[in-house]
Ligand binder design. Structure first.
Ligand code: 5RP
Length: 224
């Protein structure tokens, strides 16, 4: 199976997981990226079985609308039962690195609102220690150099993501060469730097369920 086929399999598995819980007034939180797109494409066949979705990016909102799925502003929604999204890395505690697609801040907001966060990923994303994938940090543009210096003090190598402007009008620094042994601690430390909007560690609010596409089928890893 190719990586794309594994992504399609987990996208479909997430729809299968959701279907028994969907009601006509359900609103689903939907993430960003190629795996989330597979989920959206599989979900489209059931668009008449639920009310709509909250999107974690403009790109996702556009794809949902193209499928005829109504997109709601999060401020107009009382709550979300489910948030479905991909990840750049996941460890066995279902702590994640996200933000490869620069949507980390909105993703973290939607994940915070959702009662259940289902992460979907192919098997290449499961790691023992987070940090091989460069950790994205969304930064207010004028604070870029200040934040970069603080990241160096924490032991990381920040790299400015050239040409990338987030949906919120900010920039991204990707932190290279950090073995992340304390994801919750580092998430809090990075958030405390003035000028940081958000970082791509999802450890304070990890996933609840990881659907992992493997060559032997979709594995279910639940948070203990
Ligand atoms: C976007 C994300 C994505 O979930 C992450 O980058 C994984 O993307 P893909 O499914 O394309 O591998 O966090 O900001």
């Amino acid at each position: 199976m190719t990586q794309d086929e594994l992504k399609k399999a987990v996208g479909q598995a997430a729809v299968d997981e959701l279907l028994p819980h969907l009601e006509r007034n359900s609103i689903i939180g939907v993430g960003t990226g190629s795996t989330a797109n597979c989920f959206i494409d599989a979900l489209a066949a059931h668009r008449h079985d639920f009310e709509g979705a909250v999107a974690s990016s403009e790109a996702t909102a556009q794809r949902l609308r193209q499928h005829g799925i109504e997109v709601f502003d999060l401020n107009h929604v009382a709550g979300l039962d489910y948030y479905i999204d991909g990840a750049d890395e996941a460890n066995h505690h279902l702590e994640l690195i996200k933000g490869g697609g620069a949507a980390l801040t909105r993703e973290k907001i939607v994940a915070a609102v959702a009662r259940t966060f289902i992460c979907i990923a192919d098997e290449s994303k499961l790691v023992n220690t987070l940090g091989e994938f460069p950790l994205p940090v969304e930064v207010i543009p004028m604070a870029r150099s200040h934040v970069a210096r603080q990241i160096v003090r924490l032991g990381g190598d920040p790299v400015y993501r050239e040409g990338c402007v987030t949906d919120n009008g900010n920039v991204i620094l990707d932190i290279h060469n950090m073995q992340i042994t304390d994801p919750r601690g580092l998430e809090a430390e990075l958030n405390a730097i003035v000028g940081v909007v958000c970082n791509g560690l999802f450890a304070a609010r990890p996933a609840d369920l990881l659907l992992l596409g493997t060559r032997d089928g979709v594995r279910r890893l639940a948070r203990s």
